[in-house]
Each structure stands twice: as structure tokens, then as C-alpha cells.
Design a protein around this ligand. Structure first.
Ligand code: BG6
Length: 476
């Protein structure tokens, strides 16, 4: 296998090192890459956060937090070796002195440890209101530019939510654009890093079988869903200010839609892939005014208003369903149902592509010949692709039965393992591959679709649904 690990020393600074994301995902993923030998040979992680702690104090903090959250506790000789590359840096996000100290530490590493200029990766694992002070301070202290001799790269990894509507997204983008070049900015949507999502591209464009039928002549409808059994799980303060459409709709669900509906980029060049995904966003038929009632449903689970830190009169949605259309030749008239909810009956993320019933089927039975092929992209909990087709039941009589052509990753038999989405995010960013990160155009076009819906929802009916169901029982 080609060696993708950069040989240049690389320093990763995590802002928000005591936060949930860092504990749950970032440290385990960096360790995962380390174990696979996929981190740069010479790397350091600088964990930056507010509370005062020594390096050892931070290691103990990680262990306690993993236990408290009932996560697998990372330990053992390999983890100890990994931790030798992790140091803690106390600092306040809006305090210039903290950045001076950070700069001193980074320069010290370059001069004393590496004896050369290192690559720098800044990961913003913090709430969005901290983006601005962090970015401005990084820039002010000259940390956004690569070393003065032009050696080494500097990149920024930024988590969603990227703004809260088209206006704020534009402002954030404007600020980022002033401080960084687009090729330095890695906007994360961890769904894009999921194996089955990445496979949609290959599946669609590397098989002769599917492209000829991937259009409004053969496809009846597409359903894209993220159901979660969990409720807001103590994230009430964050969630109540966001709601389901901003939390997973504007990003994860629309990225899934883009991959399913995009045209062939004809190359795996990141710009070509991102540009085709963007064109889908741009072609979404706007839903405004009276159409909002006709094409959308918003719901809230019973009991949500009693969750800690949630407003007692909250009208924040924990569920949405949208019937969307794409205004282009390939998809004209075909509904795409976009749906997500918390506290649902089951946890599942999938895309179902329903083929039309041609009416020309061989129908051996008296009636009941509703033979429909369905292609399922399974994202969670199983990962894989399944096609429902119809075949003759073995025996003397001609009876049809549904069968499945399918494969699953993480199959015990094949021992094929998928890579965790965050490992992929970190690996691609260090490698400098932006294919599975959202471009500024995609982000803004997604907000342009979502913002009018959110605006109209201020006056729209909120449907209350019981926990453990499939959301409000409303047809679109
Ligand atoms: C996050 C949302 O982006 O995605 C969460 O903020 C949601 O609310 C999560 O639970 C779902 O991601 P996954 O990978 O667990 O399906």
C-alpha cells in the first residue's frame, strides 16, 4: 500500500480539548490512526483549553471522562506511548496572551524538537460563538500563515454548525476568506466521511448497471433518513437553540442528497466532486410561503420541554420531514423525502431509492403484482448496500418472492472493517484531500434552501409525537 503518512513534522492544536467531541471522538481517532501507523511519523498534539492543568493532569482527566461517559477507557503501553506526543496548553479563547504563549510553544517545538518548520493543523472543537475570537487571534499572532520561509502548511478544521442561517454563514465565510485561502479550510461534515456515503460515488459511477436508470424515467422517489433513538441526551442548551433541521438537515441529510443526485464528476479531483455536489444544492427547488405547509412537517417529542436547559415553551423541532424537488433534467418531478428525528422508534440512517413499477412485469399470481425494486444505502447501524429484487420461488408453481442482493461492511465473515468517520476526517485533512469536506459554495447553497423553511416555521404548526414512534403521522 502506498505510504500516505507525511514525513514532515505536524502539530495539531485542538481548541476545546476538554469538550465532549475531543473526549469522545478526537483523542480516540488520533489514537486509532496512530495504531494503524497513519499519523505523520513526527507529530504532536497540543490540547488547548481553559482550565488549568498539567500534561499529566490532562491524561488523568481524559481517563476520568471516558469512565464517566462509559466509553472504552484508552490505556495500555501503546496508548502511553501515544500520550508522549500529547501536551496540554491552558489558555482563554479570547485572550491575546494565551495565543502569545501558544505561539511560543509552537516555535519552541519547531526550533528545539523538530529543528525545522512543522505543518500546523488547528482544530476548532468549540461552540460556534468561539470561532471568531479564535480565528482572529490566530491570524493576529501570525499563526494562520505557514512558516516565514514558506515551508510547511497551515490548515484549519472547523466543525458544524457553520452559521445558523444564510446570513450568518455568509459572515463567517467572509471572515474565514479574509484569514485563510479555501485550500486551507476543512469544513467537517462527518457524514461525508462515512464509508457508505463515500461508496455512493463509486457504486453509481463505476458500474454500468445503475447510471442508465438513475433518473426520473426509472426512479419513483428517494427517501433519505436519519432516525435516532436517543433524545437530546443532556445537550438541551445547545439543541434548543438549533433544532433538528439545522443540526442534521442543513448538513448531513443534504450531503447525502447531493451524493445520490449529483452528476458524474468524471474525475476524483476534489474540486470536480465538490462542484457537482454544489450544483445539486443550487438546483433544489426553494420551499417558501404556502409551500412550507404543503412540503414540510415539523415535530417535537413529548417531554422535550422538560429536558434540562430546554425552554418550557420551546417550539424547537426535534423532527422534520421535507418533500424536496431538484430542478434539473435528470430529476424533474421526483420527490426526495428528507427526514430526521430524535427519540424515534429506532436508530437508523439510510437512503432508499425506489424504482418505478413499469407495469410490464410478468405477473404469475392473480393480482398482487406490486413488484418494486428498492436500492438501499445503509449507513447505520449496518453499513452496506442492498437491492431488493424479485425472483421465482423454487418449486413447481410460478410464484415470485422478494430476494436481496446485498453486501455489508463490518461483516463477521469477511472481517472487513470500516474506518471511523473521524479517523477519515483527520487523515484526509493531514493528507490535504478536501473531497469529503464541504466547500464554501455547498455550505451557502444549503443554507439558502433551509433558511426560508426555518423562517416560515416560526408560524407553522408544531406536531407533538410520542417518544419511541416514527414521528408525527403526517403524509406529504
Ligand atoms: C451530529 C448531531 O452532527 O450528528 C447529533 O449534532 C447527531 O445531534 C449526530 O446525534 C448523528 O451522527 P451519527 O454519526 O451518530 O449518526
Amino acid at each position: 500500500m502506498k505510504d500516505y503518512t507525511p514525513t514532515k513534522p505536524t502539530v495539531i492544536v485542538i481548541f476545546g480539548a476538554t469538550g465532549d467531541l475531543c473526549i469522545r471522538k478526537l483523542i480516540p481517532s488520533f489514537f486509532g490512526l496512530y495504531k494503524k501507523g497513519m499519523l505523520p511519523k513526527n507529530f504532536r498534539i497540543v490540547a488547548f483549553s481553559r482550565r488549568p492543568m498539567s500534561d499529566k493532569g490532562y491524561y488523568a482527566f481524559l481517563k476520568d471522562e471516558q469512565k464517566r461517559r462509559k466509553l472504552p477507557v484508552l490505556q495500555g503501553p501503546e496508548f502511553k506511548k501515544f500520550l508522549k506526543n500529547v501536551s496540554y496548553q491552558q489558555g482563554l479563547f479570547d485572550d491575546p496572551v494565551s495565543y502569545k504563549n501558544l505561539k511560543k510553544k509552537l516555535i519552541g517545538m519547531d526550533n528545539q524538537e523538530f529543528k525545522r518548520c512543522s505543518n500546523k493543523l488547528f482544530y476548532l472543537a468549540v461552540p460556534p460563538d468561539l470561532y471568531q475570537p479564535i480565528l482572529k487571534n490566530l491570524s493576529y499572532h501570525g499563526l494562520t500563515i505557514a512558516c516565514s520561509d514558506g515551508d510547511g502548511w497551515t490548515r484549519i478544521l472547523i466543525e458544524k454548525p457553520f452559521g445558523r442561517d444564510d446570513e450568518t454563514a455568509k459572515n463567517l465565510d467572509h471572515m474565514l476568506g479574509k484569514l485563510f485561502r479555501e485550500e486551507q479550510i476543512f469544513r467537517i461534515d462527518h457524514y461525508l466521511a462515512k464509508e457508505t456515503l463515500q461508496n455512493i460515488l463509486m457504486f453509481r459511477f463505476s458500474n454500468m448497471l445503475f447510471e442508465p436508470i438513475w433518473n426520473n424515467q426509472s426512479i419513483e422517489k428517494v427517501e433519505i433518513k436519519i432516525y435516532e433513538k436517543i433524545d437530546v441526551e443532556g445537550r438541551g442548551a445547545f439543541y434548543d437553540n438549533i433544532g433538528a433541521l439545522r443540526d442534521v438537515g442543513q448538513n448531513h441529510i443534504l450531503r447525502m442528497l447531493a451524493l445520490i443526485a449529483m452528476e458524474n464528476p468524471h474525475t476524483l479531483d476534489p474540486n470536480a466532486v465538490r462542484s457537482e455536489r454544489y450544483k445539486v444544492m443550487k438546483s433544489l427547488q426553494p420551499i417558501r410561503g404556502a409551500d412550507v405547509k404543503k412540503y414540510t412537517v415539523r415535530g417535537q417529542y413529548k417531554g422535550y420541554r422538560n429536558e434540562p436547559s430546554v425552554d418550557k415553551n420551546s417550539t424547537t423541532e426535534t423532527y422534520f420531514k421535507i418533500k424536496a424537488f431538484i430542478n434539473n433534467k435528470r430529476w424533474k418531478g421526483i420527490p426526495f423525502y428528507l427526514e430526521s428525528g430524535k427519540a424515534m422508534k429506532e436508530s437508523k440512517a439510510e437512503i432508499l431509492v425506489y424504482l418505478k413499477e413499469s407495469g410490464a412485469y410478468l405477473c404469475p399470481n392473480e393480482g398482487g403484482c406490486d413488484f418494486q425494486n428498492v436500492i438501499a444505502f445503509k449507513i447505520q447501524p449496518e453499513e452496506g448496500i442492498a437491492i431488493r429484487f424479485w425472483a421465482k420461488k423454487p418449486g413447481l408453481v410460478s410464484v415470485l418472492e422478494p430476494r436481496e442482493l446485498s453486501f455489508l461492511y463490518n461483516d463477521v465473515k469477511t472481517k472487513e472493517k470500516t474506518v471511523d468517520a473521524y479517523e477519515r476526517v483527520l487523515f484526509d485533512c493531514i493528507k490535504g484531500d478536501q473531497t469529503f469536506f464541504t466547500s464554501t459554495d455547498e455550505v451557502l447553497a444549503s443554507w439558502q434552501f433551509v433558511t426560508p423553511i426555518i423562517e416560515s416555521w416560526k408560524k407553522a404548526k408544531l406536531h407533538i409525537y410520542s417518544k419511541g414512534t416514527l414521528g408525527p403521522d403526517i403524509k406529504l
